[in-house]
Design a protein around this ligand. Structure first.
Ligand SMILES: Cc1ncc(COP(=O)(O)O)c(C=O)c1O
Length: 366
């Protein structure tokens, strides 16, 4: 087989252990997954009911244009319907952008560490990756500007950034966009948008109107609790959306996913509640880190990047043995830290107990 040479040394995405696997491995009755930044409160109850009651024709292809969801979304965001692009999660939109704009002889700029799928998708297309290290968890926008050259076609900004949780400063972002050449697409990935509470945050959708080269990515996977149904979307100028839609496969989202996403748009009170609960629980993490003199980044998302004593892999393994699945920073480019999804009150209490044991050096007694 004559594989693309870039595949050499690349590996498939490796998911962490599932709840069932961990239960079996360590003989645990309860296991809590705080590893993938899902919504610990699930989807809105009305959406879950809809899921149970849904009647769809499984033999019929989905509406590839996501017409109903598109109309609702356009209305809500105050944009033209043609300004939207739907994907099988924002993951797919990342792949679509890479396919449409990246290839040999081009390069793309992103922070490090950031969401790894930007580099993954870009590499497969044969583009060069330029990584600009974060400064104290923040994007170094000046460093991004310096990295731009004639071959740059896409810039990725992740805000709040995964894995640090830091939010881009809205004013700095505008100052940045003023300086980026118009023929470079600037992707602003806001997968955790619904969790942002910082009052200084200004809605990035307005930047799509102001600048001709911006796409904002959001998703139903996080606060809306629909990660299992894979619906993400991009908001951009219609001309950009048209080219990206040309690359998209015709039936990339499912009928049930579309239906549930539409329905969740009616459940704003649920989202508001989740935002509040997340913040209350985030405050507990802030307090915990402070009490234990551990560094934690300033997160506007539903996860934290928390310092651990010693090796991150070891800390994650010890927490796993106690039934808490978290992501080791060793795999995320942040050694010495673990990334933990902010769970429910009960889940977090259990997590802090497990972490206390970790700090005390107590091994799990079986
Ligand atoms: C920053 C960021 N972008 C995109 C995604 C992909 O989300 P989805 O494909 O579920 O919409 C994630 C998922 O963790 C993420 O953290």
């Amino acid at each position: 087989m004559r594989w693309k040479a870039v595949l050499e040394g690349m590996t498939p995405y490796k998911p962490g252990k599932s709840i069932e696997e961990v239960k079996e491995l360590y003989n645990l009755e309860e296991v809590v997954k705080l590893a993938s930044n899902e919504n610990p409160y699930g989807a809105a109850p009305a959406v879950q009911n809809q899921l149970a009651a849904a009647t769809i024709d499984p033999e019929v292809y989905p509406d590839g244009y996501a017409s109903k969801l598109r109309t609702k979304m356009a209305e809500r965001l105050g944009v033209e319907e043609e300004a939207l692009l739907f994907g099988s999660g924002s993951d797919e939109i990342i792949v679509i952008i890479a396919r449409a704009l990246l290839g040999p002889g081009t390069n793309t700029i992103m922070a490090t560490p950031t969401f790894p799928q930007y580099a993954h998708a870009a590499k497969i297309e044969g583009a060069d990756i330029k990584e600009v290290p974060l400064i104290d968890g923040q994007h170094d926008l000046e460093g991004f500007l310096q990295a731009i050259d004639d071959q740059t076609t896409v810039i990725w900004l992740c805000s709040p950034n995964n894995p640090t949780g830091n939010l881009l400063n809205s004013q700095a972002l505008e100052g940045f966009l003023e300086k980026v050449p118009e023929n470079i697409l600037v992707v602003i990935d806001e997968a955790y948008y619904e969790y942002i509470v910082d009052e200084k945050y200004e809605n990035t959708i307005e930047l799509v109107e102001k600048y001709s080269n911006v796409i904002v990515l959001r998703t139903f996977s996080k606060a809306y609790g629909l990660a299992g149904f894979r619906i993400g979307y991009g908001v951009t100028r219609p001309d950009i959306a048209t080219n990206l839609n040309t690359v998209r496969s015709p039936f990339n989202v499912t009928t049930l996913g579309l239906m549930l996403a539409e329905m969740s748009l009616e459940e704003e009170a649920f989202i508001e509640k989740c935002r509040q609960l997340n913040r209350e629980q985030m405050d507990r993490f802030i307090q915990y880190a402070e009490n234990n003199n551990l560094h934690m980044f300033d997160s506007q998302a539903n996860f934290v990047l928390l310092e651990v004593p010693g090796s991150a892999d070891e800390a994650a393994e010890k927490l796993l043995q106690r039934g808490y699945i978290v992501r080791s920073g060793d795999a995320l480019g942040t050694p010495g830290y673990i990334r933990v999804t902010v769970g429910t009150d009960r889940q977090n209490t259990g997590f802090f107990e497990a972490f206390d044991a970790l700090l005390a050096g107590v091994d799990l007694v079986k």
